[in-house]
Design a protein around this ligand. Structure first.
Ligand SMILES: [Zn+2]
Ligand SMILES: [Zn+2]
Length: 256
């Protein structure tokens, strides 16, 4: 099956196109399933780069209407940060808002002292351990169908070291224990290759991480993480599929 469960739209203020623009592209590219996962708004805390909470009902209603209008199965999801104080909210999203899945897209994480930090600005690879622990807590919460870009931390300009190894092990071990899908994110391929201290590479996916996943039987899904309609299933998604297949990962095509 041809699918994508990591789809944004203009509501997050940094993607382009309406929900319907993405559905039209999915239909044009013969996708069998499409899942929407725009960045979830949160009550009381603004992580930025997302729709206001007041717009959430309209986002969900729009997807419901598209489900009726198009033959392609469409799923109603959100990409959300994990924070333990929001357990009530994840429940509410499923029970009251009737979403069908959550992707764990950790951009912000909580340090043991309670401080909320952005992984885009890690101070050293020591921060990766806190970040990985936050992802593990998210996995353990049981709310998330898959972990979006579990190797996002490697966009920081540090060479691979024992903290990178340890943080990767923590995430992989937790995904294995809880049978949670890991996403191989094609959006990393849309960024350029950079001269990192440990060589020229994409910010993510990081091959060291995925070589470690290879030795497990963890399910891996390719996610487009499209922020423009034409990216729903573009050449970067194709490249991601080529890579996961050549690595011999346990690739799955659906999260349901
Ligand atoms: Zn985004
Ligand atoms: Zn995303």
């Amino acid at each position: 099956m041809k699918t994508n469960f990591h789809t944004h739209c203009q509501r997050c203020r940094h993607a382009f196109g309406t929900e319907e623009d993405y559905v039209r592209n999915a239909v044009a590219k013969n996708l069998d399933q499409l899942g929407f996962s725009d960045h979830a708004p949160f009550p009381r805390y603004d992580f930025g780069n997302r729709m206001p909470l007041s717009e959430l009902p309209d986002y969900l209603k729009t997807i419901d209407e598209l489900k009726q209008k198009y033959d392609i199965p469409i799923f109603k999801g959100l990409e959300a940060e994990f924070h333990p104080m929001y357990q009530f909210y994840y429940k509410e999203l499923f029970e009251d808002y009737k979403i069908e899945y959550l992707a764990l897209g950790e951009h912000f994480y909580t340090k043991p002292n309670g401080e909320i930090k952005n992984i885009y600005f890690a101070e050293s690879t020591k921060d990766y351990i806190d970040y990985a622990n936050a992802i593990c807590q998210g996995i353990e919460s049981g709310f998330f169908a898959f972990v979006a870009h579990p190797d996002l931390m490697f966009l920081n300009p540090f060479p691979w070291d024992k903290n990178c190894q340890k943080a990767s092990e923590l995430i992989i071990k937790s995904a294995k224990k809880h049978d949670t899908i890991l996403e191989f994110n094609a959006n990393g391929y849309r960024r350029k290759q950079f001269p990192f201290p440990d060589g020229e590479r994409y910010p993510y996916p990081h091959m060291n991480f995925w070589n470690m996943v290879k030795n497990t039987n963890i399910r891996v899904i390719v996610g487009s993480d499209c922020h423009e309609p034409h990216q729903v299933f573009d050449e970067k998604v194709e490249l991601a599929y080529q890579t996961v297949r050549s690595l011999g990962l346990n690739v799955v095509d659906t999260i349901f």
